[in-house]
Design a protein around this ligand. Sequence first.
Ligand code: SIN
Length: 483
Amino acid sequence: MLLSDPSLIKNTLLLNGVWQAGSSQFAVYNPATGEEIIWVHNASVKDTQLAIEYAVLAQKQWQQSLAAERAFLLKNWHQLVLQHQHDLALILATEQGKPLSEAKAEILYAASFIEWFAEEAKRLYGDVIPTTAANRRLMTIKQAVGVVAAITPWNFPAAMITRKLAPAFAAGCTVILKPSELTPLTAMALAELAQRAGFAPGVLQVLPTKEASAVGELLCQSPDVKKLTFTGSTRVGKLLMRQCADTVKRLSLELGGNAPVLIFADADLPKAVAGVMAAKFRNAGQTCVCINRIYVERAVYQEFNQLLLKAMQQLVQGSALEPGVTLGPLINTEAVTKVSALVQQAINQGATLMWAGQKPVAGSNFYPPTLLCDVTQDMALMQQEIFGPVAAVMPFDSEQEAISLANQSAAGLAAYVYSNDISRLWRLAEALQVGMVGINETAISTEVIPFGGVKESGLGREGSRYGIDEYLEIKHLCWGGLV
Ligand code: SIN
């Protein structure tokens, strides 16, 4: 990895403002080649306890800082991320596997949260409430929740970090970050830039670790950690939620999705295909808001499948840094095994394998782009997230049927609809049981929108003007005895 600033590569723990060694190490691999990139120091439970103690100390000062000071530091951090965007994208692409163009886009997406919350920091208004008694005045103020634990995933190693850290800092919370052990290098490069931006020791601490369950358990159970924010699987989210119960911790959970797209006969089919391509194959299908279930009205089913096939045949699979690549590998061999099993099971149950691309010769983590038609709702790949480059298409006959199929899921993160009938679009937007609906559009994620789900897709919203509320308590002040 040829970086302009090689000192962005950190492989130790960040504790109380100092990069320091752990007592053991683990390897980080390039998922495209299987090559080892670097050994990273492992944070133990003891290190986690230390991080909590440092965070509690830092919290006292940080929550007293002026909003303008926090905004200033966030702006510095934003500028540094932009200045180092090329290096950050290289680090991200190498450890995560997504094509460099997607990695660059993710760094800008990550930076956008820092800028947005630098601005929001200055707008943490309370209320003056019309009083109910002549001798009283009623108000609210907003205060930082306190020490936050952030547990982040490997699929967006930069953006899922800044989407949590920037609002936490803006609100006046310190953060202990546990990044995915598969992609810790991006997290640590971002943390190094936060150090350079001027955040005080203990405001951000980073714990790369192979001991995820023990470290996570301590973060959840510690009474000194006041909030947990997690992005990852629904299974782990439920476990963390249980572990947070004893301390009644504030929780934000961005969990799995199983996003449907509904394509009606009156839709602009080429636009629908372009939208499906963008949302299905982003990050090789390893995105919570990726389209997982493609429902197409029977009248245009064959035509849609042919158009999708043509578009999929344009995908270029390969390593992140190869020019022209549009589809990277999956994160590891377990992911490949899981996707293969889902596809094989669907074929065994009667799905038609319309096309599967050629796997690049090198690397065992590549799964070829695959088009399956005539899938049915009971197949496992319609019931759970595929998290791979597999398009699964099923026909429907009526709007009511389409809504019912779309809502038959425990997940409720995103859904997409394509139609040119404005009344139908309104009906669908209201009927779909999800947190986000893309209407004739699949690129729904930006820093200005409230990202989050309903049902088992999680709790809370990230980004937008609502994202900072997750890190604030509202305190009521009742002024009595006034004359
Ligand atoms: C995710 O997959 O969790 C995040 C995707 C996004 O922000 O668009």
